[in-house]
Ligand binder design. Structure first.
Ligand code: CO
Length: 210
């Protein structure tokens, strides 16, 4: 058996199991999705949003990229954000990083990685802004993990800088924004930051005419 064929076999078994538990499972989901959460996570294969939160299909809208970034020129992220906030009307947006993130580690080196330099550049900017705090950590691992936490906070703040989130806060008092960091070594999510809807916005980034 080819290695990818195992995936298709597992899929058949999974679909059968779902139907045994709940005969309406697929027909119900095929017609409507009403997730309350948007998850912005790292592409890392060890951080599957639904597995680690025990959520089912239909419960979380997911966007993943290297190092869970919210880049204000990223059409992919912005499309997911607008659709989930304005159409799906999610109540919570979770930016979930993870300790030991390879993207953050790479951004802390002076090595060139090709195209991905452009992406990592956004993390280098976070490092530059918080250099003193990151460099005061006691060892290399602690430095990386400190930047991982600060990067998650920065990305949550980036969400609040968008007109999409500011408009929803003003007119609908949602979504609430959360910054979490997942531990690869223990499977536990560490909630480190929260911006409830209506939190003060840095005047540099505040839009008054939404
Ligand atoms: Co990562």
């Amino acid at each position: 058996m080819k290695i990818y064929e195992k995936l298709l076999l597992e899929n058949k078994a999974w679909a059968k199991e779902q139907l045994q538990d709940d005969p309406e499972f697929f027909s119900r989901l095929a017609h409507i999705q009403t997730p309350e959460f948007l998850w912005i996570g790292c592409s890392d294969s060890r951080v599957p949003a639904d597995k680690i939160t025990g959520t089912q299909p239909g419960e979380i809208f997911v966007h993943r990229n290297i190092a869970n970034m919210v880049v204000h020129t990223d059409l992919n992220l912005l499309s997911v954000l607008q659709y989930s906030v304005e159409v799906l009307k999610v109540k919570h947006i979770i930016v979930c990083g993870h300790y030991g993130c390879g993207g953050v580690k790479a951004a802390m080196t002076q090595q060139s990685f090709g195209i991905i330099n452009k992406w990592l550049r956004n993390i280098k900017d976070v490092y530059r802004i918080h250099k003193e705090e990151v460099d005061s950590a006691p060892n290399e691992t602690a430095k990386v993990n400190k930047l991982i936490e600060l990067n998650v906070i920065e990305q949550v703040n980036n969400l609040a800088k968008t007109s999409i989130v500011q408009s929803a806060w003003k007119h609908h008092q949602r979504p609430h924004l959360h910054g979490w960091v997942y531990g690869l070594e223990n499977g536990i999510i560490n909630p480190i930051y929260e911006l409830p809807a209506g939190s003060p916005i840095d005047p540099f980034y505040q839009y008054d005419n939404l």
